[in-house]
Design a protein around this ligand. Structure first.
Ligand code: ZN
Length: 122
């Protein structure tokens, strides 16, 4: 599956990161300051706390290609930076669920993702 809004996301990347994230000098994270969603589609929500907050990224013009509502942060980062891999979970290695730094994320298998024991959250 490819996302029909991938090209839009890629072109809007710089603007969105500039406008809606703030860098953390301690962790190097790019913390999301925009809209937040909780639970739902988060890949860790079934096994752990269901109320993990994550960025809900509005893709400008996404409505034109059928996108309804916001996109989960890591999904947006993966698609916008061309690192989306079907069947893999793009997730934080820094364990900050509101981080948008692509250098802090990697593709892991769903099994790898759910087996990670500890998660730090904001
Ligand atoms: Zn981070």
């Amino acid at each position: 599956m490819t996302y029909p809004w991938a090209a839009i996301a890629a072109s809007a990347w710089d603007t969105i990161i500039e406008r809606w994230t703030t860098p953390c000098p301690l962790t190097g994270c790019w913390f999301w300051t925009g809209a937040i969603s909780r639970g739902g589609k988060h890949p860790r929500s079934k096994r752990r706390k269901p109320n993990v907050p994550y960025p809900s990224v509005y893709v400008p013009g996404g409505w034109a290609v059928g996108l309804r509502g916001g996109v989960r942060g890591p999904t947006f980062v993966a698609v916008a930076t061309g690192r989306y891999v079907e069947g893999m979970v793009f997730d934080h290695r820094c364990r900050h669920s509101l981080c948008m730094n692509p250098g802090h994320m990697a593709n892991v298998t769903p099994a790898q993702n759910s087996s990670m024991a500890t998660t730090r959250r904001l």
